[in-house]
Design a protein around this ligand. Structure first.
Ligand code: LLP
Length: 432
């Protein structure tokens, strides 16, 4: 999303961010609806409308609220959920069950029961024992679930080790050893309780290179070929996951969806022709790329400590509780003083949070203008995995979220209150 500077002030989707901070308080997540819609439109133009029999399921783990479900529904996308809580949120928002797909490496029986009960579109099964649980549920409920198998193609992708998922040493998916995958496939094809539709893979997240997607695709196409040869089964669907990288800093060379998807589609089309099968329906699961750059976080500057010859710490009123990514993945961000947006950046500081944790740093060595207590500091590209991974560490309440669009702002998540934070806590009689 284009950041505009007017009268020394940062505007985001037409909204004066300093006014937003004043009105809603800080820390504040600000989400641009225009930016989300732009990404959805790019997906529609360059993928969904370009190739028939395709779907895009927004990976809701990146950012999920009731309002986000409404936007995704209106934009015509499907939704990928990975827990009972995400499924509940989508259903509460009235998201059509048949457009929901459930992933997860350890779905509980209750989560699977809910999925079957609601009649969601797909269950992406992570292993043979999960298939057996689903079969038992379907048998009991007299339903038939549409399933795919998530497989681990065994490729290494270029991203932080915590967010690569396609390598063999992974808790996700079914490894492609013949003695493991083929009995599972055979059982699913022959099951009277599930419709086996095909395969799913996801190689990793925040990728700027299409190499690991293409390598994984080759491996899974070979699996489709083997499945055809062994069982005469023409795989009707293939889910190629998400992982498309975004721009956090100038060092990130993010690419359009087509850079990843066109060469994959070309490969799949040629492969299907050669094998003499109808090209499988292709599903993608983008999360970060839809919401990441659509979000910024606003903070108020507090204590500033200039340790001569060492470092200048500028503390803000949030930190790892609203954005764990720098602490967890050494993720890099950029930011700007929203109320001094045009002023020369003559200072080098470390923007840190307020948690009792030395690793609670948001931006190390940020080139900024001279900051002082009370300034509003904006951190960019925080839409994905910020609010989604937020915590109450140090009993800091979760920030509010506003949705902005063409100069209009609406609250979509209220700031958590102290009361709400301790709502579920009890004092047993023995301590009273
Ligand atoms: N599909 C599956 C099966 C996934 O596991 C993921 C992400 C996605 C789709 C969406 O990937 P995306 O398009 O957002 O890259 N918390 C980490 C990211 C973890 C991603 C886990 N899986 C972070 O903040 O970088």
């Amino acid at each position: 999303m284009e950041k505009v500077i007017k009268n020394n002030t940062l505007y985001f989707d037409g909204c004066n961010t300093v006014e937003l901070a004043k009105e809603y308080g800080t820390p504040l997540y600000v989400i641009s609806e225009t930016a989300i819609v732009e990404k959805c439109s790019e997906i529609k133009e360059t993928f969904l409308n370009r190739y028939e029999r395709t779907r895009a399921a927004y990976a809701s783990k990146a950012f999920l609220t009731l309002s986000m479900c409404k936007i995704i529904e209106r934009e015509g996308l499907c939704m990928d959920v990975v827990s009972g809580g995400e499924l509940y949120t989508a259903m509460k928002a009235g998201f059509p069950a048949e457009r929901i797909e459930l992933n997860g490496n350890n779905k509980s029986v209750e989560e699977l029961e809910l999925a079957v009960e609601y009649g969601i579109g797909r269950i992406i099964v992570d292993g043979l024992d999960e298939l057996e649980i689903i079969e038992a549920i379907c048998r009991e409920k007299g339903k038939k679930a549409d399933i795919l198998y998530r497989v681990t193609p065994g490729v290494k992708s270029d991203s932080h080790d915590y967010i690569v998922t396609g390598k063999k040493d992974s808790k996700f998916g079914i490894p492609l050893d013949d003695e493991v995958i083929f009995p599972a496939v055979e059982k699913a094809i022959n099951s009277e309780y599930v419709n086996f539709l095909g395969f799913h893979f996801h190689v990793g997240s925040q990728l700027h290179d299409n190499e690991s997607h293409l390598k994984a695709l080759d491996i899974v196409l070979k699996l489709i070929k083997d499945t055809k040869e062994k069982y005469g089964f023409a795989t009707p669907e293939l889910n190629i996951g998400g992982g498309f990288g975004i721009k956090y800093t100038d060092a990130d060379n993010s690419k359009p969806y087509a850079y990843f998807l066109d060469p994959m589609m070309e490969k799949i089309q040629q492969f299907s022709k050669d094998l003499g099968i109808t090209r499988p329906e292709i599903v993608i699961e983008p999360g970060r790329s839809i919401i990441g750059e659509a979000g910024i976080t606003l903070y108020t500057v507090g204590t500033i400590k200039d340790i001569k010859g060492v470092r200048k710490y500028v503390s803000v009123d949030g930190g790892m509780t609203d954005n764990i990514r720098p602490a967890l993945y050494q993720a890099k961000y950029e930011g700007l003083a929203a109320n001094k947006a045009d002023e020369p950046k003559t200072d080098m500081v470390t923007i840190c949070g307020k948690c009792c944790e030395s690793g609670d740093v948001l931006i190390r060595d940020a080139q900024v203008t001279q900051l002082k207590r009370g300034d509003i500091f904006a951190v960019f590209s925080t839409g994905a995995y910020g609010y989604a991974m937020a915590s109450n560490y140090n009993k800091n309440p979760l920030p509010a979220t506003v949705l902005v669009k063409n100069g209009k702002a609406e609250l979509i998540v209220k700031r958590q209150s102290y009361e709400h934070m301790i709502e579920n806590e009890l004092i047993p009689d023995s301590l009273k």
